[in-house]
Design a protein around this ligand. Structure first.
Ligand SMILES: [Zn+2]
Length: 399
């Protein structure tokens, strides 16, 4: 399923090729996020034109449509994407719903952190037990249970090429003792996922093979991260998801702890990060694929990525700006000549259709920007020029 092409000398980074029933992914690669089986405000053709090699959808958000997706032939066909697909387990959604916390909080973001303290246990919408996670569905309040087995059943029905094992995501505020207990639960859940996966693979023998990744937790603790990598690395997973709550500043340490223990011949997916500095750190320390909702979400808020740093297109200074979103960009939006001033006007329009057009144009640009960055990193590793490329790129972007 995975072959390493080139190794980054002295470090864990590498390029490679992941083979799936719906095509290959050359790594490192950025996987576009289509939570609900579509990338928001982009057509499948728009996403293909960005060069994105895969799409990641969410098992939790698609759980109520899983049978329908199965009947349509699986996620690739159902979505019209017809290329490699990934689902995450839904664990992050049910858990973050419960704690009210996001995934990664920067140490710099002290104020944001303080305003986002985990809710007291009795106020949480989700409860974790050894069996699984019980939670109230946010739309209708119906009590639902997610277990390793039900996550596997739903993901097999959705039918992505790559699926993630069900794991317990801890919050940034959980201590070592809690993380130790949660990690053991995740290990037991990983075993249960593999058993159910094997059963479903046999039961659904006519379907294309679905790879299963084990997801590593362990928060910011070196002993737990290494233990997770050793435990899951010894199991029969096809690859690994690198997840969990940690401070952004620790990303390189955490990746080195995990990836130095994991088997070299299996792919690793870094869950939910796409800031350029995170991508460079990820690629340098052995992450093969990345996904993040930020490029499209930020595009809708007017945050446009440029090689000289991001801009907020909503700012008045861009009202009459006749320049492209980023000079030298090869995305479909920039190639068609749409200007900053024009997209700003559409984004601030009172006409819904015009705002939708702005969301589309800006999303195309930001996704292409991210895909291109990762593609260039891959070429730089293959060409033996990673360090020079990284230094020049980051210097220009962060100033
Ligand atoms: Zn562009």
């Amino acid at each position: 399923m995975f072959e390493v092409t080139t190794r980054l000398p002295g470090r864990l980074g590498r390029t490679g090729v992941i083979t799936t029933p719906h095509g290959v992914i050359k790594t490192p690669a950025f996987i576009a996020v289509g939570t609900h089986a579509e990338v928001k405000y982009m057509l499948p053709a728009d996403v293909h034109a960005t060069g994105a090699q895969g799409m990641l959808s969410n098992a939790y958000h698609l759980s109520r449509r899983a049978a329908e997706i199965d009947a349509a032939g699986g996620l690739a066909a159902y979505s019209g994407w017809n290329a490699p697909t990934v689902t995450d387990s839904g664990g992050f959604q049910v858990m973050s719903l419960g704690s009210g916390l996001g995934k990664v909080i920067s140490m710099d973001a002290t104020a944001a952190h303080q305003s986002r303290q985990a809710k007291p246990e009795n106020e949480r919408l989700a409860r974790v037990s050894d069996e699984g996670v019980t939670f109230r569905h946010p739309t209708d309040g119906k009590v639902e249970v997610f277990t390793p087995e039900s996550s596997m059943q739903i993901q097999h029905q959705i039918g992505a090429d790559i699926m993630m094992a069900f794991d317990e995501l801890t919050s940034i505020d959980d201590d070592h003792a809690y993380n130790t207990r949660a990690l053991e639960r995740t290990r037991l859940w990983a075993e249960r996922c593999l058993i159910e996966h094997e059963h479903l693979t046999k039961q659904r023998a006519g379907r294309p093979y679905k790879a299963l990744y084990g997801v590593l937790q362990g928060a910011r603790f070196e002993d737990l991260r290494r233990k997770a990598a050793c435990d899951l690395g010894a199991m029969d997973f096809d690859g690994f998801g690198l997840g969990g709550a940690f401070n952004k500043e620790q990303l390189d340490d955490i990746l080195q702890w995990c990836n130095s223990e994991l088997p070299e011949n299996k792919p690793r997916h870094l869950l939910g990060l796409s800031r350029p500095d995170d991508i460079f750190i990820g690629a340098e320390h052995g992450a093969d694929t990345f996904d993040c909702v930020a490029p499209t979400r930020e595009a809708r808020h007017g945050r446009i990525y440029t090689l000289d740093g991001d801009i907020n297109i909503r700012n008045a200074q861009f009202t009459n700006d006749a320049g492209l979103l980023d000079s030298g960009c090869d995305c479909a939006t920039c190639q068609a000549g749409h200007t900053r001033g024009e997209i700003r006007k559409l984004l601030k329009s009172a006409v819904p259709e015009e705002r939708v057009q702005a969301f589309n144009l800006a999303s195309i640009h930001n996704v292409r920007f991210t895909v291109r960055l990762v593609d260039e990193i891959r070429a730089a590793i293959d060409g033996g020029e990673f360090d020079g490329y990284k230094q020049a790129w980051l210097k220009r972007y962060y100033g």
